[in-house]
Design a protein around this ligand. Structure first.
Ligand code: NAD
Ligand code: UDP
Ligand code: UDP
Length: 312
């Protein structure tokens, strides 16, 4: 039985990952400081003898014994990561150093939840792993983008310098049940607004694009990546290559919810990337993976979840 550490385990992706690891019979140590995570995400896991929950901030050292580490701790939505930007950088950088130090001591394989944001506002489309990105180092998104870039640097230096078995995944926008309704991301905002009959807030003219991956597909890819041999480090893009503009997403949400909400246009946030779409050739080749859930199906599941938690 493998012992897995999931940092950020009570967050959106982390809670799904904990559940999948327990389902396959593993032990899970979930570490979270509950900044954006919520105990309600993992309520069903508490009481499982193979599940352990520890309130801890990864910017401080952690001494535990584990076989595999999934380092997901970090707020992911712009609203949350810009709330305390210094803490965001610390979480990515000090958190990575501590988790890498831990992995080195216990000889664990360690996976980093990196992000498409490391490509910034990309000049290459779709984005492939060899593209180095176009990132503003001093803007409001930099705490997240540069923090995650520095974490990747640390992962590769621990790999080269100390021979650590690392896995770096670059996650593109992921959605699904378990998202926080007040998270501020486009998917949760639009669904909540549609269900409450409020205006749908389009930032800018809504022609910017994103690609949306359903959470089950993403977690499947995490598990496949962790199983790859020691020589394979990534970075590897994980996401759904089907691309939609923000207005197209709004229209799909209206169709699935049956809502009559109006679209209203708001100021585009600074440094908001124009286009975002993963080239997943590497994931297809090395993991034999591609997303299976399309946006319509994923939206139906996600809307069902939001209806339940909002009681509407
Ligand atoms: P989330 O905000 O739901 O989860 C993050 C979790 O980390 C929360 O439970 C939070 O409380 C915890 N956390 C934050 N700072 C911490 C700290 N210092 N110590 C311990 N725990 C801390 O976000 P998510 O969508 O589940 O994202 C998980 C990871 O995946 C993040 O690292 C994020 O950057 C990455 N990612 C997510 C997406 C996406 O679309 N969801 C895209 C790219 C990358
Ligand atoms: N660390 C940790 N848990 C461990 C081992 C290390 O949190 O089980 C932290 C430790 O506090 C250190 C960091 O990881 O600051 C980096 O450890 P490493 O051994 O790479 O460097 P050093 O201890 O030499 O600074
Ligand atoms: N967005 C929007 N309305 C919202 C929230 C977000 O139009 O209520 C836009 C945002 O400006 C961006 C896209 O949707 O262009 C995706 O935003 P999100 O915060 O979900 O993720 P990220 O920018 O990190 O990809």
């Amino acid at each position: 039985m493998k012992k897995n550490l999931v940092t950020g385990g009570s967050g959106f992706l982390g809670s799904h990952l904990c559940r999948r690891l327990l389902d396959r019979g593993d032990e899970v140590l979930c570490v979270d400081n509950f900044f954006t995570g919520d105990k309600s995400n993992i309520l069903d896991l508490i009481g499982n003898p193979r599940f352990e929950l520890l309130r801890h901030d990864v910017t401080f050292p952690l001494y535990v014994e584990v076989d595999e580490i999934y380092n997901l701790a970090c707020p992911a939505s712009p609203l949350h990561y810009q709330f305390d930007p210094v803490q965001t950088t610390k979480t990515s950088v000090h958190g990575a150093i501590n988790m890498l130090g831990l992995a080195k001591r216990v000889k664990a394989t360690i996976m980093q939840a990196s992000t498409s944001e490391i490509y910034g506002d990309p000049e290459m489309h779709p984005q492939a792993e060899y593209y180095w990105g176009k990132v503003n180092p001093i803007g409001p998104r930099s705490c997240y983008d540069e923090g995650k870039r520095c974490a990747e640097t640390l992962f590769f230096d621990y790999h080269r310098q100390h021979g650590l078995d690392i896995k770096v995944v670059r996650i593109f926008n992921t959605y699904g049940p378990g998202m926080h309704p007040g998270d501020g991301r486009v998917m949760s905002n639009f669904i909540v607004q549609a269900l409450r009959g409020e205006n749908i807030t389009i930032y800018g003219d809504g022609t910017q694009s994103r690609s949306f991956c359903y959470v089950d597909d993403m977690v499947e890819a995490f598990l496949l990546m962790m199983q790859t041999g020691k020589g394979f480090t990534g970075p590897i893009n994980l996401g759904n290559p089907e691309e939609f503009t923000v207005v197209e997403l709004a229209e799909k949400v209206l169709a699935v919810t049956g809502s009559t909400s109006r679209l209203v246009y708001k100021r585009l946030p600074d440094d908001d990337p124009r286009q975002r779409c993963p080239d997943i050739s590497l994931a297809r080749e090395r993991l034999g993976w591609k997303p299976n859930v399309d946006l319509d199906e994923g939206l139906r599941e996600t809307v069902r979840y939001f209806r339940k938690i909002l009681s509407c």
